[in-house]
Every structure is written in C-alpha cells, then in structure tokens.
Design a protein around this ligand. Structure first.
Ligand SMILES: NC(=O)c1ccc[n+]([C@@H]2O[C@H](COP(=O)([O-])OP(=O)(O)OC[C@H]3O[C@@H](n4cnc5c(N)ncnc54)[C@H](OP(=O)(O)O)[C@@H]3O)[C@@H](O)[C@H]2O)c1
Length: 270
C-alpha cells in the first residue's frame, strides 16, 4: 500500500507553484488533501483541477500569518476528513533588495508569512499530528542554508525554519512525529508569481527558472515518506551546503566573486 494512501494532508500556499504541484502529487498517491491560500478564485480553480483528477480535496482561504486563519485551515482537515497526518508548510513570499533599502513593511510581511505563518499552522496542527504520528514538512530554500546578498530577510525567515524544525524534532521525537525541511533551489514559477521589491511593490521574479515544480514535489514527498530530516534540492545547492559547513569563508568569497563578476551562479541558489 502506498504510504500516502488515505492519509490526510494539509498543504499551505497550494493555489499555484510548488504547493499546487505537491498537492497534485499527494492526490496521485491517494491522499485526501486540504489546500489553502489567500486568493479565493485561484484556490477554487486549483481545487477543481485536483477533484477532476479524482482527488478528495477541500480548500480553505486564509493568511497563514493570522492565527485564526491558520487554526481554521487545520479545522478544515479535522472537520472534513476527521484527522490530520501530514502538514506541508509551503506558503511563502520571496523578496529582493539590499537590506538598507528595505521598507519596514517588507521586512514584517516576509517574516509574517515565511516564519510566523509556518509557526502558526504548525502550532494549530501539532496535537493532531502527534495523534497520527505523522509528518511536519517545512519548505525552505538554499537561501535558508546560508545567507544570500539581496535576500536578507528571506534568508532570516528560511534560516529560522531550520532552528524551529530542530527544536520540534527533539520535542516530538518520543511522540513518533517526523519533522523535515526541504531546501529548494530556484524552481519554475507560474506566470502570476510575484515577489516583493524593496519598496513593497509586487514585481515578477527576476531570475530564470531552473527546476520543474514536479521535481520539487516528488522530493518533498520522498522526504516525508522516508522521514528524512532534510533534502537539499540541487547538486549546486548540495555542493554549496557541504562547502559552507567546511569553510563558510570560502563560500562567502565565492558568492561575492560571482556577484561582483555579474555572473549568474549565486542566483541559482535562492
Ligand atoms: N520557486 C522557487 O524558486 C523557490 C525556491 C526556494 C524556495 N521556495 C519556497 O517554496 C515555496 C513555494 O514557492 P512558489 O515559488 O511555489 O511560490 P508562489 O508561486 O508565489 O506560490 C505561493 C503560494 O502561497 C500562497 N501564499 C502566499 N502568501 C500567503 C499567505 N500569507 N498566507 C497564505 N497563503 C499564502 C499563494 O497564494 P495567495 O497569494 O493567493 O495567498 C500561493 O498559493 C515558498 O515557501 C518559497 O519560499 C521556492
């Protein structure tokens, strides 16, 4: 029997992108899925696509940064499906801009979604996940393994997920709960995707996509099924992470050299 068959999963930020690809993969593997996002129309569209594939899927709108919304997302799983086995904390927003140019609103919005949002939904879900001895997955970035220039608050939020997951893993070890972090590399994006510029304007991503969303989804499901503590998505990301553990100085020099030479290597990491 497939690991995901008849399991109940909640995927935040699943109206598009990596979240939708993950929900799709879960449906294909037999899970019942709750999908969430703020925008109602796109979320309903995505729910219909998953139902058309034969999935048992419900949707709940809300902002992960707001506690009541996070609690309501978890209630959707327990009320409609009676349990919750798998939480994928995927909702996130990206940003670009040097730290001294960032508006205070951008700083708080990035942290409210990427860090507080994951904390809120996990806190609301944790008793149910303990009951099912299930899985909690956090979707991070290579920029969460080491800091990236022009992405300070994004790196701070994604790096914060590492600390959160490490504490949770220890606290929940006796309860049989799996906690894993997926450090994704730059992945293809939907045309509607927007990132925050330094002044708070929503702008299209400024980097070319490298990896298919379906690959990210498969790696996330593999991390959950094999109960791995982490996956690092790309060969460049893996090499960067190993090199950073051996010599942070060397990786910092390499990033600064790539930035000053205006070559695209450092762009592949976020
Ligand atoms: N794509 C990449 O290259 C890449 C690389 C590394 C890591 N990641 C991480 O992977 C995750 C998904 O990225 P993506 O590229 O698929 O993003 P995306 O296309 O922008 O999708 C983000 C999803 O999250 C929802 N969302 C955003 N803010 C939210 C909030 N405050 N509350 C609830 N839902 C919210 C969005 O819908 P609404 O706007 O309607 O709420 C959407 O469904 C993120 O955590 C991101 O940081 C992505």
């Amino acid at each position: 029997m497939d690991y995901f068959e008849d399991k109940v999963a909640l995927v935040t930020g699943a109206s598009r992108g990596v979240g939708f690809a993950t929900a799709r993969e879960l449906v294909l593997r037999g899970a019942k899925v709750v999908i969430t996002a703020r925008g109602e129309e796109r979320l309903e569209d995505s729910r219909r696509k998953l139902v058309d594939m034969g999935g048992e899927v419900v949707s709940r709108t809300g902002d992960v940064g707001i506690w009541d919304d996070a609690a309501s997302m978890v209630s959707a799983a327990t009320e409609d499906f009676g349990r919750l086995d798998i939480l994928v904390n995927n909702a996130g927003v990206s940003m670009r801009g040097d730290f001294q140019e960032l508006s205070p609103e951008v700083c708080s919005q990035v942290l409210a979604t990427n860090l507080t949002g994951s904390i809120n939904v996990t806190r609301a879900a944790v008793e149910h996940i303990i009951e099912s001895k299930g899985n909690i997955a956090f979707i991070s970035s290579i920029a969460g393994l080491f800091g990236m220039p022009g992405a300070s608050i994004y790196s701070a939020g994604k790096g914060g997920l590492t600390g959160l997951s490490e504490s949770l893993r220890l606290e929940l070890a006796d309860a049989g709960v799996h906690v894993g972090v997926a450090y994704l590399g730059f992945t293809e994006h939907d045309p509607e995707k927007r990132i925050l510029a330094a002044d708070g304007e929503l702008v299209p991503p400024d980097r070319p996509a490298h990896h298919p969303q379906a690959l990210a989804a498969k790696l996330i499901l593999n991390m959950i099924e094999k109960r791995k503590r982490r996956i690092v998505m790309t060969p460049a990301g893996k090499a960067g992470w190993i090199a950073y553990r051996i010599s942070p100085w060397m990786v910092e020099r390499l990033i600064l050299w790539a930035k000053s030479s205006r070559i695209g290597i450092y762009r592949r990491f976020s």
